[in-house]
Design a protein around this ligand. Structure first.
Ligand code: HEM
Length: 409
């Protein structure tokens, strides 16, 4: 019942999305129309949107650097603002304003975090959710409040519909001016009236909610582990230097360029292994007929689950140094690498696997080399550890970093 607890209440109604619905039919109905949109070939069309945000992110970092005499900043917060603004750009062609304002706009990040803090505890005692959060009587007494991301998504959907180049009916094929997620969602819904209009908001809402914090967590991990492991950072720097000297590294690294950076690829996988975004079991319910798991029989209805933090520290799969940062484990023997990839739960597994993996990869594989090619980075206070809090998402705070522009790479 963990996923039911994750479903928010709005105006006395439970809001189900792709990420949290337990209803397989609804999941299928929500996923089928948009699944192809998230393929890698389709996602690379979003690269210009991501470039715009990276460009703005770099400008804002520079401004902050100039103001701070120690050249340091809370990079963890900036990465989160970047991740949220990318999702705004690709979903609505509009930054959500985090980088502009250098703050948590409308308290969106805090609201999401509070929700996860609640769900991670109540999710272990789901009956509490019935009497408390999903209690219709209590809910009716509360002032009607809309989640700021839902409000933002609804406003953008209304704007799109009011434009003269209406996306409804037969005009759909003519509208190619703006190809963000929202216009694609509206186009899909307009073509097939059996799809409820509410899906458009739910799809857009899922993008921002499921794709922002998770991407920020991964970006922070990659940067933190590289700074903490100088020999590894030297390897990445050498790879970037070589790429630049051969003319295959743009100022904002392209997705195509990053695909040729093997050590970068190994670092991204290793960060996903050592610090996966989800730190509690991803629960599943044993179907009719029961299931045999690890030699034990579980009867139908039993809740089982796997925690990526546990699986990723299995020595038989990942080697004896599972607690260490070692990107080289991904660069060795091909058969071993395949086996490790098969067991990697960074993006989940099976038919509920992450739909946005390709998009987050583009965001990550572009930003990380761009930053490390541009800056020398060190922790503002190497004696201070960052702080981790596990409320299903394992969020890091306190990644204060000194950034010094590199002269030549
Ligand atoms: C590094 C970034 C990301 C990580 C680590 C991540 C991780 C995950 C994981 C572990 C799941 C499975 C959860 C479960 O089984 O309960 C998942 C599902 C999902 N993710 Fe992501 N995600 C990331 C980025 C994104 C992005 C960018 C988007 C949207 C564009 C997104 C949208 C979704 C959705 C909609 C689901 C539910 C899919 C379904 O049930 O069919 N994610 N993600």
């Amino acid at each position: 019942d963990f996923y039911r607890v994750l479903q928010p209440m709005a105006r006395g109604n439970i809001i189900q999305g792709l990420f949290n619905t337990q209803d397989d039919n609804l999941h299928r109905a929500m996923k089928k129309p948009i699944a192809a949109m998230y393929s890698m070939s389709s996602m690379v069309e979003f690269e210009p949107y991501i470039d715009t945000t990276i460009d703005f992110f770099l400008k804002r970092l520079e401004e902050v650097q100039k103001k701070d005499s120690r050249n340091s900043c809370d990079l963890g917060a900036w990465l989160q603002w970047y991740a949220f603004d990318v999702m705004g750009e690709v979903t609505f062609s509009k930054r959500l304003g985090f980088l502009d304002e250098a703050k948590d706009v409308d308290g969106i990040i805090a609201i999401i975090w509070k929700h996860f803090q609640f769900c991670s505890v109540v999710g272990q005692m789901p009956w509490l959710d019935y009497v408390w959060a999903k209690n219709k009587f209590v809910n009716r007494m509360l002032p009607a409040k809309m989640h700021p991301v839902i409000a933002f998504a609804l406003a953008r959907a209304r704007e799109r519909k009011q434009k003269p180049s209406s996306l409804e009916g037969k005009n759909v094929a003519n509208v190619q001016n703006s190809r963000n997620f929202m216009s694609r969602f509206i186009e899909i819904q307009a073509k097939d009236p059996s799809i409820p209009e509410s899906f458009v908001t739910a799809w857009a809402y899922s993008n921002v909610l499921a794709g922002s914090d998770t991407t920020a967590i991964m970006l922070r991990s990659i940067i933190y582990f590289l700074i903490r492991n100088p020999s590894s950072l030297r390897k990445l720097t050498a790879e970037l230097t070589q790429a630049r000297s051969e003319g295959r590294l743009s100022n904002i690294v392209t997705w195509a360029e990053s695909r040729r950076l093997d050590y970068l690829d190994a670092c991204v996988k290793e960060a996903g292994r050592l610090h996966p975004a989800i730190g509690l079991p991803m629960e599943r319910v044993v179907p009719e007929g029961g299931a045999e798991i690890c030699g034990k029989h579980f009867k139908a209805g039993t809740v089982v689950g796997m925690n990526p933090w546990v699986i990723h520290r299995n020595k038989e799969i990942f080697g004896s140094d599972v607690y260490e940062w070692n990107p080289d484990r991904w660069l060795g023997d091909e058969t071993r690498r395949r086996e490790m990839e098969r067991c990697l739960l960074t993006f989940g597994m099976g038919h509920r696997t992450c739909i946005g993996k390709n998009l987050s990869y583009i965001e990550i594989y572009k930003l990380i080399p761009t930053l490390f090619a541009r800056y020398d980075m060190e922790l503002a206070d190497p004696t201070k550890e960052w702080h981790l809090a596990n409320s299903w998402l394992v969020v890091q705070t306190g990644l204060d970093v000194k950034l010094r522009p590199k002269r030549i790479l």
